[in-house]
Design a protein around this ligand. Sequence first.
Ligand SMILES: [Zn+2]
Length: 133
Amino acid sequence: MTNNRTVTCQHCKKELPPDHKGHCPSCGSNKILFKISVGDGVILLRGGLQIRKKVKGFHEFAIKIVQRWRPSGDPKLGGGVNCELVIDKEKGIKHHITRDALTGEITHEEHEPLSRHKHQPKQQDKRWKQKSR
Ligand SMILES: [Zn+2]
């Protein structure tokens, strides 16, 4: 059994040293793909990544970016998919992008205004207040 670790930048596809950490030295992208081949199989190592931009006047955060890898039920997407969720309170928009983890191709894309989601927590708050009376 052979263990073969490769580290590549998902953005510019540059191959990086196996012990590379941090941003891509070539293009500055933080989308670094760690891949370990074990015999015939391939194991993809992915850490969830969460970035929050805090700005005064916004509750908790102004922009939040969550990136996560998950397996896909689609046999065409054997390497799983990379989900990226961007909640941008500054612009009032939410982006949900899913990419093929192996090719980086976008398989699913959603953009929706944040205001639609604001109603749900308000209703819950009201219910809670009624109960506590
Ligand atoms: Zn790069």
